[in-house]
Design a protein around this ligand. Structure first.
Ligand code: GAL
Length: 317
């Protein structure tokens, strides 16, 4: 029997093994922190995804206390095999799952981008569980504000209010939509941000976080699985006005976000003011082998800076 080695450093772009020694399957992911444990939710693409087939397996969950060594908690929202009409039928698309906890209803609420294989359905799906590691019960999907909704994220503010942030109007605009108190639907109140007006020229993969009362959003451009330049904006209120500042990446490959696309900004629980930038390095010819790019994100006033590192540890944050 070979002893499994423990991960001691973040190695962006390398294969990242879980505590069973298997490559982590949590693409387009996000992290929820609770009582000393981080829970990483993401797309499980561990099937034959050559030729850009993206058959749904489901949403995976992994847990970790140190952010380096992740235990596979299983597929917490699986594909639904026997119903062709179901949003989670394997022939469809389920991407970018994010989970937040509703303290009032004591429910874990997951939102994700659900779509038809041709990405024309463009809906936001919601699932719930009373345990963080699931299983999650799928409640259905909506077109928030009666519009198309593709790449998305969730943000829960200090006051308990939560928001769905999603690309809309054919990826020309980012909508920030208020969720209802139970987080299970949108209220109808939303703001339009970063309006590029022309189809597929707006922003994707929103990642929103807050530091010292200021909101930040990082997004990518719209080039599918191919990397492009990230852009960030800051605001004093979630509905803006948002000030577009620029690309947080510096150094070689900054214009390609170091060959990755952002998915989430993770606040490190015991290090206030320290954040990890989480991104996907998609391998469109074999999506299951897409790698993770996690890097320290420096926040200085209104400025974000992201530098490449081959290998780093939390002590360096
Ligand atoms: C990207 C998006 C991914 C995935 C991909 C499909 O732009 O961010 O989540 O949908 O397109 O081509």
């Amino acid at each position: 029997m070979t002893a499994l080695t423990r991960n001691t450093h973040f190695c962006p772009g390398e294969t990242w093994l879980d505590t069973d020694g298997k490559p982590i399957q949590a693409h387009g992911g996000g992290v929820l922190y609770e009582n000393g444990t981080y829970y990483w939710f993401g797309e499980n693409k561990d099937n034959d995804t050559r030729n850009e087939r993206i058959d749904i397996i489901g949403v995976s969950c992994y847990s970790s206390r140190d952010l380096l060594n992740w235990k596979n908690e299983g597929v917490v929202l699986p594909a639904v095999q026997d119903d062709l009409q179901h949003d989670l039928h394997p022939g469809k698309v389920a991407e970018r799952p994010k989970v937040i906890y509703n303290r009032t209803t004591k429910t874990y609420v997951m939102w994700l981008h659900v779509d038809s294989a041709d990405y024309l359905a463009a809906r936001a799906g919601v699932a719930v569980s009373d345990k963080v590691t699931g299983p999650y019960t799928y409640l259905g999907s909506i077109r928030p504000n009666n519009r198309d909704s593709r790449d998305m994220t969730l943000f829960q503010d200090d006051d308990g209010r939560a928001y769905l942030i999603h690309s809309s109007d054919w990826n020309s605009v980012t909508l920030i939509s208020d969720l209802t108190d139970d987080y299970l639907s949108t209220t109808g109140h939303y703001s339009r941000q970063f309006d590029h007006e022309i189809k597929n020229t707006g922003r994707e993969s929103p990642a929103l976080f807050k530091h010292e009362g200021r909101y930040f959003i990082i997004t990518s451009g719209t080039t599918g699985w191919f990397p492009n330049a990230a852009e960030y904006a800051a605001a004093d209120s979630i509905h803006g006005p948002w000030r577009v500042i620029g690309n947080p990446c510096v150094g070689d490959n900054a214009a390609l976000t170091f060959h990755s696309q952002d998915t989430f900004v993770l606040p490190v629980a015991d290090k206030p003011g320290k954040f990890i930038f989480m991104a996907d390095r998609w391998n469109k010819d074999d999506l299951r082998d897409s790698r993770y790019v996690w890097l320290p994100l420096e926040v200085n006033g209104e400025q974000l800076t992201l530098k490449w590192s081959d290998s780093w540890s939390l002590n360096e944050l």
